[in-house]
Design a protein around this ligand. Structure first.
Ligand code: SF4
Length: 375
């Protein structure tokens, strides 16, 4: 699997929505006014009810999910922001993680993205601007449980940083998490949009993590995303600024030559950054719910995601066969361990059998990993 080490074939997306859809009364929120000031020339259209807006869009477009990415709706989220990571599912070991969904959909277009199915009925790209309500809710929960540690991520239904220069959530989240004694914020991204992070003076309680794949896989399966080297340069800049950083090799995609591709990925990572200073690398293999397969094949006919056999697990998701997953985890874990004796490596969304096969133990029996699992 040849690799383009320049990583420059995919320019960073300078995203500008075609249209801004504004929920009635949204301008009363400071973040909405901030976003509008950053996009003065983008056409605006008001709406009262986002479901009506979504129905209009669905009736007018062919690739509804793809079209949803081209516009941006500013709305107010009316429910509870904080929820337990959906990795809590039958047969899976979960890393005890909380998510807040500040926005939905993503400017990138990865072939394997579960949002294509998950947001199928509601594909509008939405940014919720009532960030004050989120911070109030978090403050209440963190105060109510002072003896618990909260690890909170914003990247479940979107990329945490891809839009941060247009929708600057981090300018609100970073100062808030800096003050917490029992919570950390994880910003999970494929982006290099780190300007707000570099302009912020305090990295306390913030972890920034990048999803990585070999550059050839990025070019084929992660459309519109910054390349490997751009991501690693962003990670290095954040590390230099004092942020804690992590990496997700997720989804690991097993196409012919994957061993060499991931070996090169580990080498480039470790040659670019002081790997011993990285908080963790997580490993997770490609997985999907059955309904996603036909969507992927329709939207990404050139994909190589289905070159191997997949079988459903207890949680209903399809994965590579267990021996192949074991082999991939052991091989990639071996590459990483050959470059660092202290790096924390864990498996994401995997069964306890795979944990035991690959690591010889369950996560709770490893002190180093307890910081991630004993929350
Ligand atoms: S970066 Fe993440 S959220 Fe965005 S398209 Fe890719 S997989 Fe989906």
């Amino acid at each position: 699997m040849p690799i383009n080490t320049t990583g420059s074939s995919l320019p960073t997306t300078e995203y500008r929505p075609d249209t801004l859809f504004l929920e009635e009364g949204i301008e009363e929120y400071p973040l909405a006014r901030d976003i509008l000031s950053r996009l003065p020339d983008v056409p605006r259209q008001g709406f009262q009810d986002i479901s009506t807006l979504t129905e209009q869009m669905k009736s007018a477009q062919y690739d509804v999910f793809g079209e949803g990415k081209k516009s941006l709706a500013l709305s107010r989220f009316k429910g509870s922001f904080l929820k337990k990571c959906p990795g809590v599912s039958p047969g899976m070991v979960c890393c005890n993680y909380y998510v807040v969904n500040l926005s939905k959909n993503c400017i990138y277009d990865c072939s394997y993205c579960f949002l294509q199915d998950f947001l199928g009925n509601n594909p509008m790209q939405v940014a919720y601007v009532n960030v004050e309500d989120l911070l109030g809710e978090l403050e209440e929960v963190f105060t109510q449980y002072p003896d618990r540690s909260f690890r909170v991520g914003t990247g479940e239904l979107t990329d945490s940083l891809a839009l941060d220069t247009i929708v600057p959530y981090t300018t609100h989240l970073l100062p808030f998490f800096n003050r917490q004694s029992n919570a950390v914020l994880e910003l999970k991204t494929k982006s290099d949009q780190i300007t707000n992070l570099l302009n912020h003076s305090d990295p306390t309680n913030i972890i920034v993590s990048w999803s990585l794949n070999p550059q050839t896989i990025t070019e084929q399966e992660e459309k519109g995303t910054p390349g490997l080297i751009q991501r690693l340069e962003a990670a290095r800049a954040c590390l230099d600024k004092g942020y804690r950083i992590g990496f997700h090799f997720d989804p690991i995609i097993l196409i012919p030559g994957w061993e060499e591709g991931y070996r090169q990925l580990v080498d480039i990572l470790c040659d670019t950054l002081p790997i011993d200073k990285v908080e963790w690398v997580s490993l997770g293999s490609f997985r999907y719910r059955p309904a996603l397969k036909s969507i992927i094949k329709n939207r990404h006919p050139e994909t190589r995601l289905f070159t191997s056999e997949h079988l459903p697990g207890k949680d209903g998701k399809f994965r590579y066969l267990r021996p192949l997953r074991n082999q991939a985890y052991e091989t990639i874990r071996g590459y990483l361990m050959s470059r660092s004796k202290v790096l924390n490596i864990y498996l994401c969304m995997e069964t306890k059998e795979i944990w035991e096969d690959v690591t010889g133990k369950m996560p709770r029996s490893d002190k180093k990993l307890d910081q991630f699992f004993d929350l």
